[in-house]
Write a protein that binds this ligand. Structure first.
Ligand code: GTP
Ligand code: MG
Length: 197
């Protein structure tokens, strides 16, 4: 599925700039710096496809990537703290809300959570919004390489318990690392299953 080309289609910083709603879209959301852009790169095996940075607030637009012309991945700006002006954050937050609520071809949102930190209040707010808008989502834990082995089970169980009664949540929680490719094959499988539906 990810063996072929992966191409940057276009950025969008306003609703008017969104590409037409054709083909399946899969979006990556999560707090600033959680590793969204890195995960897009790990999935596609292309290290410089999406731009990453140590500084939160790197991705400032919705970035659309075509995966072999078969479906589209969407790398989103992060929510929460970002080292950029408030007005900018407000504008992209507004765009994200509108995008998530009104995208008929959006098959799933992967909500990325830093495996070391777990769910924060702001993540819970996002999950509430997705549940309310009936947008299907799946939690993906990131930076699994940085989590102590002994903490993995408890972290996954904690998240599973937190999403168990959420109507739009997919029950499986994936543990990934873009650094050592942990869980990347599983995430690809999850996407393949989604496309086959
Ligand atoms: P914004 O676009 O600013 O919201 O950030 P983002 O969620 O796209 O995060 P990005 O992919 O830019 O990564 C942020 C930082 O986390 C960078 O310093 C990455 O090197 C680091 N990072 C990303 N994935 C991993 C991972 O799997 N393990 C570790 N240890 N660090 C990671
Ligand atoms: Mg990013």
């Amino acid at each position: 599925l990810f063996a072929g080309a992966a191409d940057f289609l276009r950025p969008a910083s306003t609703l008017a700039e969104l590409p037409p709603m054709d083909g399946v879209e899969i979006a990556f959301a999560g707090r600033s710096n959680v590793g969204k852009s890195s995960l897009v790169n790990a999935l596609t095996g292309r290290n410089t496809l999406a731009r990453t940075s140590h500084t939160p607030g790197r991705t400032q637009q919705l970035n659309f990537f075509s995966i072999g012309g078969r479906f589209t991945l969407v790398d989103m700006p992060g929510y929460g703290y970002a080292a950029v002006e408030k007005a900018k954050v407000a504008a992209w937050t507004d765009l994200i809300h509108n995008y998530l609520k009104g995208r008929a071809n959006l098959a799933r949102v992967f909500v990325l959570i830093d495996s070391r930190h777990g769910l924060k209040a702001i993540d819970t707010d996002v999950l509430d919004g997705l549940d309310k808008a009936a947008v299907s989502y799946q939690v993906v834990l990131t930076k699994g390489d940085a989590l102590k082995k002994g903490e993995v089970e408890a972290r996954i169980r904690g998240i599973q318990a937190a999403i168990a009664k959420r109507p739009a949540a997919y029950p499986e929680v994936l543990l990934t690392s873009s650094r050592d490719d942990q869980g990347i094959a599983e995430l690809r499988t999850s996407i393949a299953r989604l496309l086959a539906e």
